[in-house]
Design a protein around this ligand. Structure first.
Ligand SMILES: Cc1cc2nc3c(=O)[nH]c(=O)nc-3n(C[C@H](O)[C@H](O)[C@H](O)COP(=O)(O)O)c2cc1C
Length: 206
């Protein structure tokens, strides 16, 4: 009887050991199970639109990480139509300030566009370019905040002005600007930042 109990015990224990070993090997691979939801909500709540930047330029390593976060974003049929212009020369920033009053002193900005030659088309003659680019921007905005940087998504400009200013070819469609950088010491969230509609107003279970 003792022998039988031992065999039954081992039969259950061995697969458990194997399973634990497997989990350890995968520990650097984030999964739905291991993603810490609270950390993400803290990140999402802490980010705000920065409207006063310090003149300090952002290091290339940080720009690279932000761009990498954008690369990982989902796009329709994985078409990846985004074209991201990193504006940071004096000349480019002067043009950015000419086409929008919402650069807020940032020494650099992203101009988010989509490429009409790569975009995924929709049945209604439209395409997913704006949606794809906005998701890419969101990844980058959150990674910038994760790295201690501020951002502000900016729609206040005329895309035709951006096309002219940056000499963009016809197939490139500007969607949003995003000044980014180190927040100035006196930067603070606007009142809108914490003005949320309740979930009752924006969510319906059916
Ligand atoms: C598509 C889009 C366009 C925006 N355009 C501007 C803009 O032109 N100028 C600006 O100062 N903020 C702009 N914002 C920032 C919003 O005003 C801001 O996200 C909103 O008020 C919530 O505040 P928060 O970002 O501080 O949480 C834009 C945001 C989005 C998503």
């Amino acid at each position: 009887m003792k022998k039988l109990s031992f065999i039954i015990l081992m039969a259950f224990a061995l697969p458990l050991c194997a399973c634990n070993g497997q989990k350890k090997e995968q520990k650097n691979e984030p999964t739905m199970e291991t993603t810490a939801k609270k950390d993400f909500l803290e990140l999402a709540a802490g980010r705000y639109s920065v409207r006063h930047f310090a003149p300090k330029p952002v290091e290339q390593e940080k720009i690279d990480l932000i761009l990498e976060a954008g690369k990982l974003a989902p796009t329709a049929v994985n078409s990846q139509p985004q074209m991201i212009y990193v504006l940071r020369s004096e000349e480019a920033m002067a043009k950015a300030n000419q086409i929008s009053r919402c650069i807020y002193g940032a020494p650099q900005a992203f101009l988010f566009c989509y490429d009409d030659n790569r975009v995924c088309r929709r049945g209604d003659n439209g395409n997913y370019g704006e949606i794809d680019v906005t998701i890419v921007l969101t990844h980058m905005m959150l990674e910038a905040y994760n790295l201690g940087l501020g951002t502000c998504p900016v729609g206040a400009f005329n895309p035709d002005d951006a096309k002219k200013a940056f000499d963009l070819p016809d197939n490139i469609h500007p969607i949003l600007l995003m000044p980014f950088g180190y927040a100035a010491d006196d930067a603070k969230p606007s009142d809108r930042h914490t003005s949320y509609r309740s979930l009752d107003e924006t969510v319906l279970y059916k």
